[in-house]
Design a protein around this ligand. Structure first.
Ligand code: FES
Ligand code: FE2
Length: 661
């Protein structure tokens, strides 16, 4: 029975069930935490961050885990440091443009300024050469011109997260997606708007992602047939006995699917991290961050080549994705033969902050002497919550920008979205600029991702195990174990040993994470923990479930490929049959001729069956028809082999550095 046409179920009305933490949990931007909670008293009245990233080894071996960190009260010199840093001209122009139009008013730009003057963590003044020395003895300093020693905390849930490129999503069916440990269903309603609901039917919590999008543009739970409109209102309960019973049931907030706010911008679907009451108002107060080179419809701004987004679910966490892409030193080594040479390209280079650390602005640093000879300078920046921008300005003019996003899905997994933008003819990484069909580009892109994945999947779990051991040791010594679920207990960063300055991006990322965001992604309550190290290559290198199946372009290409292979197999069989028939005819003719010659008592030498067949085949393949049939069979065999290989690549793409010589 269908519900009344006037029935609606806005976010405000639906109070249960409720997906994600309550908005009031931290307030809009989360609680303020005192600096004292981040560390014990340090020199100069400051507080030393108790992170191994910052502090000297207890047993000093002459090296540092990273720059020594000292949180200091504001001083005139430290608060003026940001204005002295070099700036990225492309980003600076965008920021000025946004400011002119009113911060936050322009699509794709954040409402906040890049540097939050009330809460800034910044590098000290650069050396005379303007770069960070090899031995990073310069401290990172936190300054605060705002409310004394308090700073705001990053709220993982009160954010817009990019979840997928819209053009790659199949609008005819619902899609499961996990965001910050919350299981959601993404689907497009009859009005053409993509929606995100908690993936649990209000009736008996069956996953709505197993349902169907019906012709009326509503989502049908395929278990008992309840139906929901785009706002989450239940519009049909087939087993309701009377209109009155239906009306009473659908008027209850408990009949509603829990909706998260969504929007489309820059060719991406964005989902707000919270659902339920108040989420819409909170989401409306914030805008998703898009690189200024991307327009709201997803196309490139004038003068920018934007080939389109791709995406991939990766078996390592958000923290490690960001850490990896702000680490320029790994590129020529890990991406040997794809984006550098592991033997000839690595070298020391300088790094200086072009945007100091801040809660809302993340950070950016400039490399004045990149390892690539054709790059004059480069910039790498993190923009919370999900974006990393790697910009290379080329010596011959033009720039390329790797625009990357990472959205935390569940512990040990992240959704990566990215593309390479070209401005003014920049070349960048040749592979990303190659004129390939989209499906082939998506598939071959796995090699680039897997070159890092083979490290990061395991690194994350090695670090987690080491941290667990440290916690156990601490607990044994009577210390209080940090709790990832407690917003006031920062998770300790990994105990890395980083003696050269090229790891400064890693230090900056871990600093941002520890100082503003609790040291780790915050997951929804009840999220299953990080899994063990995966050793099965069919799982680790799985490209089918992590991309192909979810990508409408690749799914269609795979279906076409299977059709082509079936045709090729049929053609090959036909060619073989033709050849056999032609050879048989010729052989039989030869046998008949031999028999006739014997009967005429001529002096012909008798030949065996094999000799007759070989002679017949040689005769056939010497003719034009024979050559044609042979070519047909060869082409068909090659097509079958190629489609087999491509299909495997779209399911599993194994990679090993040991085999990349
Ligand atoms: S669980 Fe969805 S209709 Fe019953
Ligand atoms: Fe694809």
């Amino acid at each position: 029975m269908k519900g009344p046409a006037t029935s609606s179920c806005g976010l405000r009305r639906c109070s249960a069930p409720f997906s994600g933490p309550q908005l009031s949990r931290y307030g809009r931007l989360g609680p303020r935490v005192g600096l004292a909670s981040a560390g014990s008293a340090g020199p100069s009245g400051g507080a030393t961050i108790p992170d191994c990233v910052f502090s000297r080894e207890e047993e000093d071996d002459g090296c540092y885990d990273g720059p020594e960190g000292v949180l200091q009260q504001p001083t005139p010199s430290s608060t003026s440091a940001p204005s002295a840093t070099p700036v990225n001209p492309l980003n600076a122009a965008a920021a000025a443009s946004a400011a002119g139009a009113g911060a936050g008013a322009r699509a794709g730009m954040p409402r906040v300024t890049l540097v939050n003057a009330a809460s800034v963590l910044t590098a000290t003044a650069p050396t005379q050469s303007g770069t960070v020395p090899e031995e990073p003895t310069q401290p990172l300093e936190a300054t605060s011109s705002g409310a004394g020693a308090e700073r705001e905390r990053f709220d993982w849930f009160a954010q817009w997260w990019p979840v997928a490129p819209v053009e790659l999503m199949d609008a005819s069916r619902p899609h499961p997606f996990t965001l910050l440990g919350q299981d959601l269903v993404l689907w497009r309603d009859g009005s053409g708007q993509w929606r995100a609901f908690r993936d649990a039917c209000p009736h008996r919590m069956a996953p709505l992602s197993e349902g169907r999008i019906e012709k009326d543009g509503q989502l049908l739970c395929a278990y008992h047939g309840w139906r929901f409109d785009g706002k989450g209102a239940c519009t049909e309960i087939p087993t309701a006995r009377t209109p009155d019973q239906l009306h009473r049931a659908t008027s209850s907030p408990r009949s509603c699917a829990t909706a998260h706010p969504t929007l489309q911008r820059g060719g991406l679907l964005w989902v707000w991290g919270q659902g339920g009451p108040g989420a819409e108002e909170a989401a409306a107060a914030k805008q998703p961050y898009l690189p200024p080179e991307i327009q709201a419809d997803g196309s490139g701004a004038p003068g920018v080549e934007a080939p389109g987004w791709t995406f991939r679910d990766l078996p390592y966490g958000h923290n490690y994705f960001i850490e990896n892409v702000v680490d320029p030193a790994h590129v020529p080594v890990s991406h040997h033969k794809v984006a550098g040479n592991r033997y000839t390209d690595p070298k020391p280079f300088g790094m200086e902050f072009s945007r100091p650390l801040s809660l809302e602005g993340g950070f950016e640093f400039r490399i004045p002497d990149p390892w690539r000879a054709d790059v004059a300078e480069s910039f790498t920046g993190f923009q919370p919550p999900a974006h990393v921008r790697i910009q290379q300005n080329h010596t011959k003019g033009g720039s390329t920008i790797l625009a990357l996003f990472s959205t935390p899905t569940r512990p040990g997994w992240t959704r990566h979205i990215g593309q390479q933008l070209r401005v003014g003819g920049g070349t960048g990484i040749a592979f990303f600029a190659a004129p390939l069909p989209k499906w082939l580009f998506h598939s071959l892109g796995s090699v680039f991702l897997h070159q890092d994945m083979v490290f990061l999947h395991h690194q994350e779990r090695i670090v987690a195990r080491e941290a667990a051991a440290r916690r156990e040791e601490g607990a044994g010594a009577g210390a209080t174990s940090p709790s990832p679920s407690s917003p006031s207990a920062p998770v300790p960063p990994p105990k890395y040993f980083m003696p050269t300055g090229v790891d400064r991006g890693v230090t900056a990322w871990r600093s941002w994470l520890s100082t503003f965001a609790g040291g780790d992604v915050q997951w929804a309550p009840g999220t299953p923990p990080l899994g063990p190290r995966e050793t099965d290559p069919t799982v680790l290198f799985d490209t089918y479930h992590t991309h192909t199946k979810q990508c409408v372009v690749c799914s269609a290409a795979l279906a076409r490929m299977r059709t082509v292979r079936s045709v090729a197999r049929a053609v090959g069989l036909l060619a073989a049959a033709l050849a056999v028939a032609a050879v048989a005819v010729r052989a039989m003719a030869a046998v008949a001729a031999a028999a006739a010659a014997t009967a005429a008592a001529t002096a012909t030498v008798p030949q065996g069956v094999l000799g007759t067949v070989v002679k017949g085949a040689a005769g056939f393949f010497a003719t034009g028809e024979g050559v044609f049939v042979a070519m047909l069979a060869i082409v068909a065999a090659l097509v079958v082999a190629a489609t087999n290989k491509l299909e495997r690549m779209m399911h599993i793409y194994e990679y090993s550095h040991r085999d990349n010589h």
